[in-house]
Ligand binder design. Structure first.
Ligand code: GLN
Length: 226
């Protein structure tokens, strides 16, 4: 083999390696969604898989971008920080748009309405929002339900001392069934699922707050926001 042929072969091999490398890299490009998978029907476990409305929307976004969707389950209160730090590409967790969160992340256009409702035991003497004053209220930590309930009575809340925070909505509901709290303030769709799954609970006929859900995206990542 003469030198010219050798050089040609070498170049060909190099081109092949490069091609494979960039090809592989493209395939491995992921879109990471951070969520708290205890929020049916938006995100919950089916076996060891996280499914639900948010997971389905995220899958469509990933498909459109030609990326592979990866879902990371984390505490609800960690999602914004994870987005900010670029640990995940987007936070999707039935997340309400509010002013405080807007200081840390950008939000997509909204894709659903959430309503904060109150779950009580069927035989409870709590019939209205006003009846909650002085009662023990269970919430999921760092959620808007937590923020509203923990505010002072002057600010429309019930006082932090009356609020019990749980990692998951399911844990707050369990505490209600065990009589550890008198009511749970949580988003309406998971509330319906929790009431269905636990006997003796009901949702008060009152809308405590109406909110918009959107996807949290890192401020710098304007491309994904589009
Ligand atoms: N919508 C509420 C919030 O954004 C609760 C979301 C959740 O618990 N996943 O705070």
């Amino acid at each position: 083999m003469n030198t010219c042929k050798k050089v040609l072969l070498l170049l060909l091999a190099a081109a092949l390696i490069l091609c494979c490398f960039t090809g592989c890299k493209k395939e491995a490009k992921t879109l990471t969604m951070g969520t708290n998978a205890a929020f049916p029907p938006y995100e919950y476990y089916e076996g060891d898989k996280i499914v639900g409305i948010d997971a389905e929307i995220a899958a469509e976004i990933a498909k459109k971008l030609g990326r592979t969707l990866v879902i990371e389950d984390m505490g609800f209160g960690s999602i914004i920080t994870a987005v900010q730090g670029g640990k995940i590409d987007m936070g999707m967790a039935g997340m309400t748009v509010n002013e405080t969160r807007l200081q840390s992340v950008n939000f997509s256009t909204t894709y659903a309405t959430g309503i904060q409702v109150v779950i009580v035991k069927e035989d409870s003497d709590i019939e209205t929002i006003d009846d909650l004053m002085g009662k023990k209220i269970g919430v999921q930590e760092s959620t808007t339900g937590d923020i509203y309930a923990s505010a002072t009575p002057e600010d429309g809340g019930f006082g932090e001392e009356n609020v019990e925070r749980y990692n998951k909505g399911t844990e707050a509901v369990l505490a209600l069934t065990q009589g550890k709290v008198d009511a749970v303030i949580i988003d309406n769709e998971p509330a319906k699922a929790f009431v269905k799954a636990n006997e003796g609970l009901m949702i008060l006929e009152t809308e405590y707050a109406v909110e918009d859900y959107a996807i949290a995206i890192r401020k710098e990542n304007t491309e994904l926001l589009q």
